[in-house]
Design a protein around this ligand. Structure first.
Ligand SMILES: NC(=O)c1ccc[n+]([C@@H]2O[C@H](COP(=O)([O-])OP(=O)(O)OC[C@H]3O[C@@H](n4cnc5c(N)ncnc54)[C@H](OP(=O)(O)O)[C@@H]3O)[C@@H](O)[C@H]2O)c1
Length: 259
């Protein structure tokens, strides 16, 4: 698996799963990682902690001008983006999460769709434009690229809470399939990672013990997943080891949903 000459953009890499992926790709795979946060100083802090090639940028996936500016900046500096991971996610908001579908105001609904689904659509569109052109001039081969979209198991199973999240994360699966079908001809591959309970500050570390063990018990492996376990799978998908697989959803949930 060689990812050393790859440039990888990971949205929402200031903390949690995005941060671990940035660290893994930079430190273990030797890739050049574009570290993203809505606040440049946070992206810079993370870049300083990671012991590898990184470039910090300010990126808000709801802001198209910011996206266009950032992509132009990256291309100006590094010439290409080989791998995109759409990881940025709307913060957990219990005021929305526990409301029934019919009780959630449309504006609040759209706020989540705007980050979790449309954020991935916006960034994919901007990056695909360049991946299409990403040909190897020497031998005319299509280098293309890889797009990994972070979804969640409720997108497969449904859930009794958090309907805007489920709906947004279901849309992400459709986005992956479209990218795979429409851009396979350019050697652009796409995958969805449907995550179960992965311990981050937003989940495990902000829960009470009762809810932690409920989540643990529902898995076959009887434990929470670690962000670096997600990073390892993402790195394999991004590598040429997966050169003849595209469009599919990989479930990372300790064996809760099996299809
Ligand atoms: N942890 C889990 O158990 C789990 C399970 C299923 C799916 N997921 C998904 O995995 C992803 C990461 O989850 P996590 O637990 O690591 O979440 P997290 O710790 O809350 O991190 C979320 C990241 O998204 C960024 N972000 C938020 N709004 C943004 C916006 N408008 N534009 C750009 N970046 C934005 C944040 O960056 P700044 O605040 O610095 O801008 C942060 O880096 C999310 O898509 C989440 O839905 C997580």
């Amino acid at each position: 698996m060689s990812l050393e000459d790859k440039n990888i953009l990971i949205s929402g890499s200031s903390r949690g799963i995005g941060y671990e992926m940035a660290k893994y790709f930079a430190e273990i795979c030797g890739s050049m990682v574009i570290v993203c946060s809505r606040h440049l100083e946070n992206a810079k802090k993370v870049s300083e902690i990671i012991n590898g090639k990184t470039y910090p940028i300010e990126l808000d996936v709801t802001n198209i001008n910011n996206i266009n500016y950032s992509i132009a900046d990256i291309l100006g500096k590094f010439g290409k983006i080989d791998i995109l991971i759409n990881n940025a996610g709307y913060r957990f908001d219990k005021k929305i999460w526990y409301k029934k579908l019919h009780e959630i105001e449309n504006d609040r609904f759209m706020e989540i769709i705007n980050v979790d689904l449309m954020g991935s659509v916006r960034l994919s569109k901007a990056v695909i434009k360049q991946m299409i052109k990403n040909e190897n001039e020497k031998d005319n081969t299509k280098k293309g690229g890889v797009i990994i979209n972070i979804s969640s198991t409720p997108a497969l199973s449904g859930h009794i809470e958090g309907s805007p999240y489920t709906i947004a994360k279901s849309g992400v699966i459709g986005l992956t399939k479209h990218i795979a079908r429409e851009y396979g001809i350019y050697n652009i591959r796409a995958y969805t990672l449907a995550l179960g309970n992965i311990s981050t500050d937003a989940t495990y570390f902000s829960m009470d013990n009762k809810h932690k063990s409920i989540a643990e018990e529902e898995t076959s492996l009887k434990r929470w997943g670690k962000p670096e376990e997600v990073a390892k799978i993402a790195s394999h998908l991004a590598s040429n080891d997966f050169s003849y697989s595209t469009g599919n959803t990989i479930i990372i949930d300790g064996g809760t949903i099996m299809i």
